[in-house]
Design a binder for this molecule. Structure first.
Ligand code: ATP
Length: 344
């Protein structure tokens, strides 16, 4: 049985139907990530689960209990915000112990729990400091520590890393992954960063306009996107999606059943560049991005298709060079004119 279950969840803001009947079953211990473009409803959905917004329709079940109408404080969930929301005048120890103290937990038990959480999060030496004497990453760890000591049934994270710089974001992401491995707590994590989604999630939920477009493991979404929207949302650089009539070779050379008026999707790693004259398509290099471990080469084909090729080797190609392009037709995704998948 699902641990946390969303059944037909609805949310209106005035006339705006922000969440449109969402069904989702989350297993105990799962790390679930909500992703989607700005305004798709991911924060709202998390806040509905947290009890910070009123659920307008549907039911929310946690561990066999209907919690739809329970106030936030009674739901046994802990939320970690992007803004940390620490008490500035309290020490790290006091911040982490606050909820337990309010709940009347014995001081020696509190001390034990806080010290254990501090150890897990490498905060032991900072317990006496106030938040202003900490770095952004340390503050975020205190916010996580505050959630851990409560041992909630579910952890909720709302873009917890978005105030950190790129290096610290990467580091803290790894820490969150380890923490989940160690604690095994059921977690829901909202982000617009798909690297976070792909690296942290057991399953990713892709949202658009208040509905779920697809739920799957990171690699399922990458390899078998349900539609053009998911195909282009997951993966960096984006999947190449080209009007089928700009790549007639796919039908002529490879016999692919390209739908009329449809589109062809190719991940950049399945587009290979060769010397001009060879390959199934001819084109001109427009831009080379040498990233060190990989190189991205942007090509305009003779029929006006824009393709990006990803290769793990370095290149001597320059903008303006003529190239031949080969395509791994087996890896091509075919979409009809509405962006629906037309070949699995
Ligand atoms: P972002 O990535 O930009 O944070 P999001 O996917 O988290 O976006 P939400 O914040 O959940 O999106 O918003 C979903 C929709 O609901 C948006 O159209 C937003 O404008 C609207 N919305 C959210 N909160 C409110 C509110 N309190 N009052 C009115 N409309 C709201």
């Amino acid at each position: 049985m699902a641990y946390l279950e969303l059944k037909g969840i609805e949310k209106f803001f005035g006339d705006l139907r922000a969440i449109k009947g969402i069904d989702l079953a989350i297993n105990p211990g799962e790390f679930i990530v909500f992703v989607g473009p700005s305004g798709c409803g991911k924060s709202t959905l998390l806040r509905l689960i947290a009890g910070l917004e009123h659920i307008d329709g549907g039911r929310l079940m946690l561990d066999g209990r209907d919690i739809t109408d329970l106030p936030s404080s009674k739901r046994d969930l802990a939320m970690v915000f992007q803004s940390y929301a620490l008490y500035p005048h309290m020490s790290v120890f006091e911040n982490m112990s606050f909820a337990l103290k309010l709940a009347g937990v014995d001081p020696s038990v509190i001390k034990d729990k806080v010290e254990r959480a501090a150890k897990i999060l490498n905060l032991t030496q900072y317990l006496d400091r106030t938040p202003k004497a900490l770095s952004g990453g340390q503050r975020q760890r205190v916010a996580i520590g505050r959630a851990i000591v409560r041992a909630p049934k579910v952890f909720l994270f709302d873009e917890p890393l978005s105030n950190l710089d790129a290096a610290l974001r990467g580091q803290t992401r790894v820490e969150i992954a380890k923490l989940h491995r160690d604690l095994g707590a059921t977690t829901i994590y909202v982000t617009h960063d798909q690297v976070e989604a792909m690296t942290l999630a057991d399953r990713v939920v892709v949202l658009r306009d208040g509905v779920i477009e697809q739920v799957g493991t990171p690699l399922e979404l990458y390899d078998k996107p349900a539609n053009q929207f998911v195909a282009q949302f997951i993966g960096t650089p984006q999947m190449n999606v080209v009007a089928a009539d700009k790549l007639p070779q796919l039908e002529a050379v490879y016999g692919l059943p390209v739908p009329a008026g449809g589109f062809v999707g190719l991940r950049p790693e399945y587009v290979t560049l060769k010397t001009a004259g060879s390959g199934v398509v001819q084109g001109t290099v427009e831009l080379v991005e040498a990233l060190g471990a990989e190189t991205l080469i942007y090509v305009a084909t003779d029929r006006g298709a824009q393709l990006v090729s990803r290769q793990s080797t370095r290149t001597n190609l320059r903008a303006g060079d003529s190239v031949g392009v080969d395509i791994d037709a087996d890896a091509a995704h075919l979409f009809d004119a509405q962006g629906r998948i037309s070949r699995p």
